[in-house]
Structure formats: structure tokens, C-alpha cells
Design a protein around this ligand. Structure first.
Ligand code: TYM
Length: 384
């Protein structure tokens, strides 16, 4: 089996000083080390060129290496080039409102859907979030699911090629598969990969089989071996290691992955996370709220204007720069911001003032699409 990473793996903590699991991301992440620890592959220049051949230019998230790691992306492209189309699978654990970090893999998935004319299964795991968080009732996570799918639809997935599965309502389509998957995953594997303890509830111990199931669903439904590509941030990787291990035992192709780094929160270090709402920009934030969060954001600037002019800032650790990179299409503009921060020419206040309208314009547009999504929810949902 591909190397499991335990939630409480001491060696991992010593090497990278970071914990990256599907339920906890803390510490300073060294993304290159993560590739080695997780046993994934970097996205090489050669792979980028192969992708660009099909997409007619690279998406900014690839150009800027926000998506940076993969498993079997080359195999997916080989199959595609032979005429064997792949489908996409991604998802959301509805533990609260959606923030702009969640949009990273979804916007990229929409791009892949459009360029490769691919079908998408989008899983909304209200069951996972109910099992994981003590504070939630089943109604809470279901209501979050209904709210979050408005964001999913607002991203612009093709309604003729996208199916959203809310586990508590449509898990029936996954259940038979999940049971077959679960039969091949031992408790000791689940403990080693996910760090489950004796005190973990048995619902969570079974849950990885539910998240694995959509990776085989198209093959199961069509009876034809269908390659699957999963875009997600790298925190979801433990699920895919187990899924890939089971695939050949059930006669399915191993699902491929393309992994992103995390969009940082507005504080110092750490990913944008709903557990730290003061440092997250939610898709439902008003312009005023977003502006206030941006203006109080941590930056890579120096302590005083004089020092900043003299020494320059550090965009590499700066969330404001990370958001410029995320919200700006034009490479030259991003480079200029990077360069003028480094040289000390651009002050943090000015840089935030340039960012704020990019974010508020994006939010206003997204919120309009979010409202319009209410009318078409049923076109996307799998009902079972
Ligand atoms: P969830 O809800 O924690 O996260 C949803 C997606 O967002 C990614 N993500 C981020 N990406 C960039 N920057 C961030 N700050 C950031 N925070 C979260 C996550 O990697 C994820 O892709 N168990 C899953 C739900 C799920 C799923 C899937 C996700 C079910 N099937 C298939 C991806 C692919 C979860 O709770 O995701």
C-alpha cells in the first residue's frame, strides 16, 4: 500500500513541524516534504506542457503552482489521448459556510470540466461532518449542505455534466459500493492512515469507504472501466491512498489525484479555515466585512515604513499577496506586485487597497450567482 500517514505520527511532526490530515491542518507546511511523506509526485514541466496541449494554455492555478502535486495524472492523460475520457470527482464537508479557500479546487475543477468535457460527481459529506463534530445535529449538517451547494453551483459547473450527491439524502447510490470497499479496509489500516483511536466512533471508522465510493461510481454505474481524476487540496490525500489500495481488489482503475496547496488565512501562518472565522473570507461576507478583514490582515511587511522601504517585504509569507495571486488573471500584474513588495516600493496598506476591490467584486458576482442557484438546485442533485 502507498505510505500511510498517521494523524499522530511523531516522525512526521519531527520532520516538518506540520500536521496535515483531512480534519486538521496546523504548523508550517513544507510542501516539497509533504510530497515525499505522502509519496505523491510533483507536477513536472513536461506534464504541464501535456496539459496545456489539451487546454490551450495553463490555468493560473497551474501556472502559479497552486496545484503542484499528483498521482497518475500522466496515466489519465495517456488514457485521454487514447480516446478514453476521464470523469472528475471532488467534494465538500459542510461544517459551516464556504470560504474562498474551498473555491480553489472547485474553480480548478470547473476549468478541467470545461476543457476536457468531463462529467463531475460532487460529494457533500454531511454524514462525515455530523460524525466528526460533536456540536452538530444531523439537521445542522444537512442544512449546511443545502447552503453550501449554492456555492458549488455558483462556481459554474455544467448542469448537464454535474451530479451533486448529499450523502444523507442520496448515499444510497454509494452504499453498496461503500460496503464492498469497507470489506477490504482493516481497522488497523484505518487507524494507521487516519489516526483513529479506540475512542473514535465507528461511524467515522466506516466513513472513508463512503468518500472512496464516488471514485468508482462511474465504472459501477456504466459497467465500463472509467478513469477518475480527483482535484482537491492535499489534506484529502489519506482518503485516496486507501481508495487506490482497494481499487484493484474490486476491479476498478485506481483514481488519479491532482493536489493543491492551501490558500492561507488572514492571520500569520496556517490555511484558511472555517474553524478560525476571523481569518477567513466567507463567500457570503459583505463588501464591508471583507474589506475590514483584509485591512487587518497579517502581511509580509516590515514593522515600520522606514524599514519596509529599506529592507522590502516578503510576499512569500504574505496572505495578501497570496490573494492577489488567486484573484488576478494577469501574470505581469502579479509579478509587479511581487517585485514592488520585495523592493520596498509598495507598502502593505497600498497593497491591501489594491486587493480589496478585486475581492469585493468577486464576492458580489459570486453572491449573485449563489442567489440564482436556488432555482436550479434540483437539476444538479442526485435523488435516491
Ligand atoms: P472540506 O469541506 O474540508 O474542503 C473542501 C475542499 O476544499 C479544500 N480546501 C482548501 N483548498 C485550498 N485552500 C484552503 N484553505 C482549503 N481548505 C479546504 C479541501 O481539500 C477540499 O478539496 N472530506 C471532504 C469532503 C469530500 C471531498 C471529496 C473533498 C468528499 N469527497 C472528494 C475533495 C474530493 C471535506 O471535508 O472537504
Amino acid at each position: 500500500m502507498e505510505r500511510p500517514v498517521c494523524r499522530r505520527d511523531r516522525a512526521e511532526k519531527q520532520v516538518s513541524n506540520a500536521t496535515v490530515t483531512p480534519w486538521e491542518v496546523t504548523g508550517e507546511i513544507d510542501y516539497d516534504k509533504l510530497i515525499k511523506q505522502f509519496g505523491t509526485q510533483p507536477i513536472t514541466e513536461e506534464l504541464l506542457q501535456r496539459i496545456a496541449k489539451h487546454t490551450g494554455g495553463l490555468h493560473p492555478q497551474l501556472r502559479r503552482r497552486l496545484f503542484y502535486s499528483h498521482r497518475d495524472l500522466d496515466v489519465i492523460l495517456n488514457e485521454y489521448e487514447k480516446g478514453n475520457k476521464f470523469y472528475l470527482y471532488t467534494g465538500r464537508g459542510p461544517s459551516g459556510p464556504v470560504h474562498i479557500g474551498h473555491l480553489v479546487p472547485w474553480i480548478f475543477t470547473r476549468h478541467l470540466q470545461e476543457k476536457f468535457d468531463a462529467k463531475l460527481y460532487f460529494q457533500v459529506t454531511d454524514d462525515e461532518r455530523y460524525l466528526y463534530h460533536e456540536k452538530f445535529s444531523q439537521e445542522d449538517t444537512y442544512n449546511n449542505a443545502l447552503d453550501n451547494i449554492l456555492d458549488v453551483i455558483a462556481v459554474g459547473f455544467d448542469k448537464n455534466k454535474t451530479k451533486i450527491i448529499i450523502d444523507s439524502r442520496a448515499g444510497g447510490v454509494l452504499y453498496k459500493l461503500a460496503v464492498r470497499i469497507a470489506k477490504h479496509v482493516t481497522l488497523s489500516t484505518a487507524k494507521a492512515v487516519f489516526g483513529f483511536q479506540d475512542s473514535t466512533n465507528i461511524g467515522l471508522a466506516f466513513y472513508p469507504a463512503i468518500q472512496a465510493a464516488p471514485a468508482f461510481l462511474e465504472s459501477e454505474l456504466t459497467g465500463k472501466s472509467s478513469p477518475c481524476l480527483i482535484p482537491a487540496a492535499i489534506d484529502q490525500d489519506p482518503f485516496w491512498r486507501v481508495t487506490r489500495d482497494v481499487a484493484p481488489k474490486l476491479g476498478f482503475p485506481k483514481p488519479a489525484q491532482i493536489h493543491s496547496k492551501f490558500l492561507p488565512g488572514l492571520g500569520q501562518g496556517g490555511k484558511m479555515s472555517a474553524s478560525h472565522p476571523e481569518t477567513a473570507i466567507f463567500t457570503t461576507d459583505s463588501a464591508k466585512e471583507a474589506q475590514a478583514k483584509i485591512s487587518s490582515s497579517f502581511t509580509g511587511g516590515q514593522a515600520t515604513r522606514e524599514l519596509h522601504r529599506k529592507l522590502g517585504g516578503n510576499p512569500d509569507i504574505c496572505p495578501v499577496f497570496a490573494y492577489h495571486s488567486f484573484f488576478t488573471e494577469n501574470d505581469q500584474e502579479v509579478e509587479n506586485i511581487y517585485g514592488s513588495c520585495r523592493s520596498g516600493e509598495l507598502f502593505c496598506g497600498e497593497c491591501k487597497a489594491i486587493l480589496a476591490p478585486k475581492v469585493t467584486t468577486f464576492l458580489a458576482d459570486h453572491q449573485k450567482k449563489r442567489d440564482a442557484a436556488r432555482k436550479v438546485v434540483n437539476d444538479y442533485l442526485i435523488q435516491s
